[in-house]
Design a protein around this ligand. Sequence first.
Ligand code: C2E
Ligand code: CA
Ligand code: CA
Length: 279
Amino acid sequence: SKYSGKNKYLVCTDEMKHQVNEKIELTNDLHSALANNELLLMYQPQINVEKDSIYGFEALIRWQHPDRGLISPGVFIPLAEQSGLINSIGEWVLREACTQNARWIKEGYGEHIMAVNISVDQLKDDSFTDLVADILKTTHMTPKFLELEVTESVAIHEKDKVIERLADLRALGIAIAIDDFGTEYSSLSRLKKLPIDRLKLAMEFVRNIDKSEKDQALVKVIIELSRNMNLNLIAEGVETREELDYLLNNGCNEIQGYYYFKPMTVEAIESAMKEGDFS
Ligand code: C2E
Ligand code: CA
Ligand code: CA
């Protein structure tokens, strides 16, 4: 009836108001999160199954909010992007991840690649290449152990200037990975132009790999594509033995996901390394 329709509308408005207020409050708090030391990084191992070893770690940010507890980046990174805070937060992430990796290398924990997520706003900043060069220098990080992850949508929708920037970054000696690959259906000609080193197969294809023949076909094409283009390919979000087996049987040997490891704290990684759980 009309009546219940009206009711629904009111409920919806309250809910929307609540959500907007939440966003404003969180964004306000986010302004002081950096200065208050509330941000932290977790690290998720990236495995080369063929070599039976960890080749890298992806740095994943978390926010330890004083009242609300641990907040995931899916919630606050969009707010950081909307409010312009992403550049300072992104700089902190890069510096922290490089400092950590340089320390691990120096202390004999092994030479691994550190993969860091980059937002499009960071990439659009004209001083970004200089910033990365400065961070490498001040943290004593060898460039070949840093990889920047940019999403496929950035790599295909942005202007050529962004592509030039990727080339400049790569010229520093670091690697570029395309995150969530497969979701945007990049054209081959576009892909050929991209100065990149690795594709990250989007989790949604991994998830349906044992159910959907369409996704199986797509995954096979992407594996073939990466091979022909001489790119590394890692599958992310691998949770089950079935998913893993399908990927390995079809020639994708780089794996990231809960099947092996969840994102871990520095302490957990160091004790795993000391106990020889990591090769
Ligand atoms: P992403 O870059 O695609 O990262 C992968 C996400 O999948 C991470 O979520 C990771 O914890 C999760 N994951 C890993 N393995 C599995 C699995 O087997 N199953 C499932 N279900 N999930 C898995 P997280 O840490 O919550 O990060 C979410 C997103 O937030 C990231 O997606 C990335 O886009 C963004 N993000 C995280 N850290 C940063 C950062 O430092 N800077 C920027 N700009 N974005 C970040
Ligand atoms: Ca990523
Ligand atoms: Ca991803």
